[in-house]
Design a protein around this ligand. Structure first.
Ligand code: PLZ
Length: 449
């Protein structure tokens, strides 16, 4: 098979087609088995069991073709089963599946670190390390920052999301469903105001940063802070793009006070926002960057990248893990990154924004329940409120979601108040499918009005 950048449909007809109700009988049967076999603690947004995927389509076990506006939560940015990823994965899996990089290394790990060092913002000397999940990358960012600074406090912001492990749960803002009943959480985590322009009562990004940094000075003491970690576009918090100057002011405060500034780019990174990393939109070069999700086209892989002097401050053997930087996952990442470079994936993300935003504005003009349209690139959301107020309307978001799902469009909600409807299409979706997904969304607004 010749692999070309264009050929990402995985041989699947790029059309929405429903042949049963959603979920169909085969999915219903699997869901019954799921309920009997899988912990009830593991939730499912839409119990439609997927069998194949490619381009902008997911095909379920009943033969329904659904439009994918979720990318498995910002993971399959290069499309599902992208041939660059699949071919690399198959080839690597046939050669060797694991040695443990800490025991006997292999080149793929080094190549992914070289790519991370090259692609992340800043021309300074960098080092990287690889892990299995976003949460693990976040944990390791904190470990590195503490060793480097010999300080303990970690500052995060309101609406932030950093994972579900013990340390990262403590760093995550939202209680339900992530934290409820799972405490006690790790100590020395402090949460200060984020910039949420829609809800900051007219305060600018810079003003919000001043409130946040004053809190750090007065309540923690800047000299006690090892790290400030912020998402440059908050993902689970509601696709919140910070007000002008906020992110840069927080980074400057960190620099002025010997604090390691960490951008959590796990959701916003790898061409999702129309830049390789969303920090670039803010003109910020973070000291450390966490990555995962889009890095490897669906293979479980995460990275921590940053200034060589910080990353190398850890004693040999201090960072690692059995599977971190697994060779098959690294092969997937090298395929995904090559596809992003060869196809100018950032341009495609910006194109998706240019299609989506005007159409969402059109819907907004008829439906004032859309309080705000925001986001960057292929990371776009609408925030739903009671018209004429900023009171969150989570029920409307849920109703819209249900309509879209029943009509064969995979959509996701998010946000601290559960009232944000978010779009994360794979960059391989066709304009036709994207527009059809938006047609269904428009119909959902009419149907739930
Ligand atoms: N940091 C910014 O977005 C994962 C969570 C889905 P893991 N976001 C999706 C869910 O409900 O569990 C995320 C993120 C940011 C860290 C993480 C954590 O990444 O790979 O899920 O551990």
């Amino acid at each position: 098979m010749t692999i070309t950048p264009e050929r990402t449909d995985n041989g699947i007809a790029q059309e929405r087609k429903l042949v049963t109700s959603i979920p169909g009988p085969a999915s219903v049967a699997l869901q019954a088995r799921k309920n009997a076999a899988v912990s009830g603690g593991v939730g499912v947004t839409l119990p439609v069991y997927i069998d194949r995927a490619g381009g902008g389509i997911l095909i379920d076990v009943d033969g329904n073709s659904l439009i994918d506006l979720g990318s498995g939560i910002a993971v399959t940015t290069v499309g599902n089963a992208n041939p660059y990823v699949s071919a690399n994965v198959a080839e690597q899996a046939a050669k060797l599946t694991h040695t443990c990089f800490m025991v006997t290394p292999y080149s793929g790990y080094v190549e992914v670190c070289e790519a991370l060092n090259r692609l992340t913002p800043g021309n300074h000397e960098k080092r990287s390390a690889l892990f299995n999940s976003g949460a693990e990358a976040v944990e390791n960012a904190v470990k590195v920052a503490r060793v480097y600074t010999k300080r303990t406090a970690v500052v995060v912001v309101e609406h932030g999301y950093h994972g579900r492990t013990n340390l990262t749960m403590g760093m995550t803002a939202k209680n339900m469903p992530y934290k409820e009943g799972f405490g006690p959480f790790a100590p020395e985590i402090y949460r200060v105001p984020a910039s949420y322009p829609y809800r900051d009562r007219g305060l600018s990004g810079e003003e919000m940063a001043t409130i946040a940094t004053t809190r750090i000075e007065k309540e923690i003491g800047a000299h006690n802070v090892a790290a400030i970690m912020i998402e440059p576009v908050q993902g689970e918090g509601g696709f919140i793009v910070p007000g002008q100057g906020y992110f840069a002011a927080m980074a400057k405060f960190a620099k002025d006070n010997g604090i390691v500034f960490i951008a959590d780019e796990i959701q916003s990174g790898f061409c999702r926002t129309g830049n390789w990393f969303a920090s670039e939109h803010e003109g910020v070069v973070p000291d450390l960057i966490t990555t995962a999700k889009g890095i490897a086209g669906g293979m479980p892989l995460a990275g921590l990248t940053g200034r060589a002097e910080i990353m190398d401050s850890v004693h040999a053997g201090g960072l690692g893990g059995t599977y971190g930087g697994n060779p098959v996952a690294c092969a997937g990442a090298l395929g995904a990154i090559r596809w992003m470079e060869e196809t100018d994936a950032n341009a495609r993300a910006r194109e998706i924004e240019a299609i989506m935003v005007p159409r969402l504005r059109e819907i907004q003009s008829a439906h004032p329940t859309i309080g705000e349209i925001r986001g960057r690139g292929a990371m776009i959301a609408i925030e739903l409120v009671k018209p004429g107020t900023i009171e969150p309307d989570a029920a409307r978001a849920a109703a819209l979601n249900k309509f879209c799902h029943e009509n064969g469009v995979i959509t996701l909600t998010t946000g601290t108040y559960g009232n944000v409807f978010r779009f994360l299409p794979p960059l391989t979706i066709s304009n036709e499918l994207l527009n059809e997904g938006l047609d269904v969304l428009a119909a959902a607004f009419e149907a739930t009005a």
